[in-house]
Design a protein. Structure first.
Length: 271
């Protein structure tokens, strides 16, 4: 039997927030990754909605939610999430977050631990590692690169190859186009002032996390994502950790069945 999905919007202080909803029972709130929206959770929710009441908002500045002309921050997303939970009268929830959604979920759990029963983090952002610093620097350069520069680099590639230099034009072009589609993620991850970003990173706070935590990581994900996940594992000593060997970064979408199964087993183990 297919799950019945409800699509809803609510007016919050910063604008309209859109969410998908399915199922009944214990509430789970799913927070999407940096380069997508709440639709990435539809297949996971279809599986879990038989046992749980599932909610997947499009974060402010993503998908079908409003794109207000404001300064985006993790704190702003926490404020919007809190408003949504209060409007839905959800006093205590399981939070599941992927990528930047993991950063927001962990931040919310640290700020409002009485509202979060347990936490599932999938390849979470939000801590500094050497790989992440290099990634942030690369993203700043790539997003500023003009189409003319991409064309020029493509022309220079054969010459560069003679000297043993590899120019990854297609890979950088795909990253450039993806980032242009998700300006809010760009602002949150690397286009703000560095002191502001550092103030919202979690490596100095995760040690105080006391609730049950499950951390999932795709074995075929990028090195910087794996490094951030391992930092979370080291900083939350009681966290359960599992690598899904065949999964990449898009685990909630490409490996929805496995993801849903891990979430279900974790929650049932905590009940």
């Amino acid at each position: 039997m297919e799950s019945l999905f409800l699509n809803s919007r609510i007016k919050l202080s910063q604008g309209l927030l859109f969410w998908r909803e399915a199922g009944v029972g214990t509430p789970i709130v799913f927070l999407h990754g940096a380069w997508t929206d709440g639709s990435q959770w539809v297949s996971v929710m279809e599986s879990l909605s038989r046992d749980f009441h599932c909610f997947a908002p499009d974060l402010l500045g993503f998908g079908e939610s409003d794109f207000p002309d404001v300064h985006y921050s993790i704190d702003l997303q926490l404020e919007s999430l809190g408003e949504l939970l209060r409007a839905l009268k959800l006093e205590k929830v399981y939070l599941v977050g992927h990528s930047i959604g993991g950063w927001i979920a962990a931040s919310y759990a640290l700020k409002y631990p009485e509202q979060v029963t347990a936490l599932v983090l999938i390849a979470p952002e939000g801590v500094d590692t050497e790989e992440q610093v290099h990634r942030r620097q690369k993203m700043r350069k790539v997003v500023k690169r003009s189409p003319f520069m991409f064309s020029l680099l493509k022309l220079l590639r054969p010459v560069a190859k003679i000297f043993g230099v590899e120019i990854k034009v297609e890979e950088d072009w795909q990253l450039h186009e993806l980032m242009l589609q998700f300006p809010t993620s760009c602002e949150l991850i690397f286009q703000r002032q560095q002191p502001e970003i550092e103030a919202e990173l979690l490596q100095n706070r995760l040690y105080s996390m006391e609730m049950p935590v499950l951390i999932l990581q795709g074995g075929k994900d990028a090195a910087d994502a794996i490094a951030m996940t391992r930092a979370y594992v080291q900083l939350i000593p009681q966290a359960q950790f599992k690598i899904i060997a065949h999964a990449g970064h898009d685990m909630p979408f490409a490996c929805a069945g496995v993801t849903a199964g891990e979430i279900r087993d974790f929650i049932k183990g905590e009940v």
